[in-house]
Structure formats: structure tokens, C-alpha cells
Design a protein around this ligand. Sequence first.
Ligand code: ZN
Length: 149
Amino acid sequence: MSDLRDLYQEVILDHNRHPHNFGELDGADRHADGHNPLCGDRLAVYVNLDGETISDVSFLGSGCAISKASASLMTDAVKGKTLPEARRLFEEFLALVTDEGAVLDDARLGKLAVFAGVRDYPTRVKCASLAWHTLRAAVDDRHEVVSTE
Ligand code: ZN
């Protein structure tokens, strides 16, 4: 089990050092800002839509390793997904990080499963979920800054 934990940490550290889809999308269809005051994480999420499909997604921001790695893995996970698929993944991710008894589809979660470990650290749940809350605000076209508080 500790090997698995090391592997998970490795994935998070790697995405923190080399985040995927990092940067602003020029002329993005949707955009939202998120803030986690508890930790100081700030993220902006940019989305391009092709009908109901997320054709491109990126993020910018600064924060702890968990918030950045989560944003990086989130962009990989939702790119090419339809909005209903992305919403379902958002709900599954929240269940993953908050609900010990949740029955989840590991195949669909893929690498997102590395965040199961944050369940034991309630303050870290906000770091891990910030990118997802911000994505949801972007696709819902809400413009106020999303706060985890
Ligand atoms: Zn954080």
C-alpha cells in the first residue's frame, strides 16, 4: 500500500512540476476564476466549446502542489468530453475526495483516482476540488469568483 501511496505522490508532484494545459486560451468561450482562501490557491480555468463538447480547456494560476496537479489532471480528464460527461466526472471526483463509501468507476476516473488520499485531510479537499468548482462555474457561465469557503 505504501508503494501505491508513493506512486500517487509521484503523479501529483509530476503534474505540479510540469502541469498539462497550463496557460490562457486566447479568446476562450468561457472563463472563471477560483480562490481557496484557506490555502491561498488561485486558479483561472478557460474553456472552448464545440456545441456541447469541451474542445479545449486550460488553466492558469498559482497554489499548492495538490491544487495545481488537480487542475492539470482535470484538464486532461475533461478535454473532449461533453458537458454532461464532464459534470458526471465532477460529481464522481467530489465523491472520491469526500465520501469514503462512494462506489466509483475506477476506469472512468483513471489518474484522478490519485486524489483518493486527500479524503483523510479535509483542508486538502478544497485544494483538490478548486479546479473542478472553477470549471463548473466556467461552463455554467458564472462570473463571480468561485470560493471554496
Ligand atoms: Zn492548496
